[in-house]
Design a protein around this ligand. Structure first.
Ligand code: GUN
Ligand code: ZN
Length: 440
């Protein structure tokens, strides 16, 4: 007996906006903006099969196709969050501390709870829903030291076919005993998780040393060994976020040239290495980031909340270093990439620099895909890419409605959305061609 499986097909009509291709300078982005006032996207088996003007493409449709029409809304590629901690979901808005005391006072006690797999599952499920509610379809995620915390997150994402990158935290010093592994255990547990999850469906694995101060040189060496054995997994950590942190690293690793050199020395820089923050990089560190093709996760709400400093986004273009945006929940204050670009704009204003709406859009979509080495699969609506997208309502509040009625151009409308927007603007989210979130 032969079995036939129906082709999963989704047909979307509406206003589409994306960035067609990668650029090397900010002033080239506006030439790559692609907008269809009345567009059509046909998705089959999770991938984009057709994309263009409704008038030109609708003859490909058959009578039985169900067309989901969004005439008023704006459809954009799913947001990509290049740095977030799922176990910190419950601790957003922890008062009064900067990085190192914030970790000891709030973060470590919170993360201890993830020893319990039921607890981890509860927060993982909540977290994934919160991403989708905010239009985020892919994220690079910190779990905790407990392997069970990684299973809980990947299982939650797998149920929705989400492309997620995550990993177990490695820490073997300067943290509570219940959050520490050892160099050897870090290696063994990570290896087991890589074998179990990396490349399973849309899941990808990241070797995740928390940051240099909480790993011994022996543990970092083991992390480097793992990266050598599995070159296509990611490396995900923190770098140069806070002045006291940087001084501490220099104290702990006197034989290294600086903070980034600690990671570089252990083989942890490279094309699939993502370093969160990089607020205070030195010249030679910018060079090293470029030469190794490593990427930065810029986390403006977190940098402001913890008083870490102002990230010089312009330098990423000057030095040709890949960058994406991160919410860095729970030091960051919002799951929304809309709120994140709002704060990114202000961080540049405080440095006398401008951040255009199209540049923000680039960093939140295609640029982030590039930072995660996933630009062949994600980031825009090119044919063959995975169909993750968000339907945005630009007039979700009375004030937004008034402001949008005055917008002078698409770019102006987008900038107003970025300044005022949040999860209220997300009407629906699609993952791999399927609607996985609809606003009430
Ligand atoms: N550096 C080391 N751990 C953390 C963390 O959990 N959050 C932030 N923002 N920085 C860190
Ligand atoms: Zn972080």
């Amino acid at each position: 007996m032969s079995m036939s499986f129906p082709i999963q097909k989704t047909v979307i009509r509406g206003r589409f906006l994306d960035i067609q291709s990668l650029v090397s300078q900010a002033d080239q982005i506006s030439q790559q903006v692609r907008y269809f006032e009345d567009g059509l996207m046909i998705v089959e088996q999770g991938k984009i099969r057709q994309f263009g003007h409704w008038d030109e493409l609708n003859q490909h449709l058959s009578d039985t196709d169900i067309i989901e029409h969004y005439p008023e809304q704006l459809i954009i590629p799913g947001f990509i969050d290049t740095h977030i901690h799922y176990p910190q979901t419950e601790m957003v808005g922890a008062y009064g501390e900067q990085l190192l005391s914030w970790l000891n006072t709030y973060t470590f006690p919170t993360e201890l709870q993830f020893k319990n797999p039921h607890y981890a599952k509860g927060i993982a499920d909540f977290f994934v829903q919160e991403l989708l509610k905010n239009g985020t379809t892919t994220a690079l995620v910190f779990c905790t030291v407990h392997p069970e915390s990684v299973d809980a997150l990947f299982e939650a994402a797998e149920a929705l076919q989400m492309r997620l990158i995550a990993g177990k935290v490695l820490m073997d010093r300067h943290a509570p005993e219940g959050l520490c592994d050892t160099a050897e255990r870090a290696y063994e547990e990570s290896k087991t998780l890589i074998e179990k999850w990396h490349g399973k469906g849309r899941a990808l694995y990241a070797i995740t040393p928390r940051f240099a101060p909480t790993s011994t040189p022996e543990q970092l060496e083991k992390a480097g060994q793992l990266k050598q054995e599995y070159p296509d997994v990611y490396v995900h950590t923190h770098l140069s976020e806070n002045k006291d942190e940087i001084a501490w690293v220099k104290d702990l690793f006197p034989q290294q040239k600086g903070y980034l050199d600690v990671y570089h020395h252990h083989g942890l820089t490279g094309k699939r290495s993502v370093f969160a923050h990089c607020v205070h990089l030195e010249e030679d560190e910018w060079q090293c980031m470029h030469q190794t093709d490593s990427a930065i996760a810029f986390c403006p709400t977190s940098n402001l909340f913890l008083g870490s400093g102002l990230f010089p986004l312009k330098k990423t273009w000057e030095k040709q270093v890949k960058v994406g945006l991160g919410t860095d929940i729970g030091a960051g204050t919002s799951f929304s990439l809309l709120q994140t670009v709002n704060e990114a704009y202000k961080v540049q204003q405080l440095q006398g620099d401008k951040l255009s709406a199209y540049e923000s859009f680039y960093h939140a979509t295609l640029g982030a895909a590039k930072a995660l080495d996933l630009d062949d699969k994600l980031g825009n609506f090119n044919i063959g890419k995975e169909a993750d997208f968000v339907v945005l309502d630009l007039k979700a509040t009375l004030l937004q409605r008034l402001r949008q009625s005055k917008s002078k151009s698409l770019e102006d409308a987008l900038f107003a959305l970025f300044t005022m927007g949040d999860d209220r603007n997300v009407e629906a989210t699609y993952v791999y061609g399927q609607k996985v979130y609809q606003k009430d």
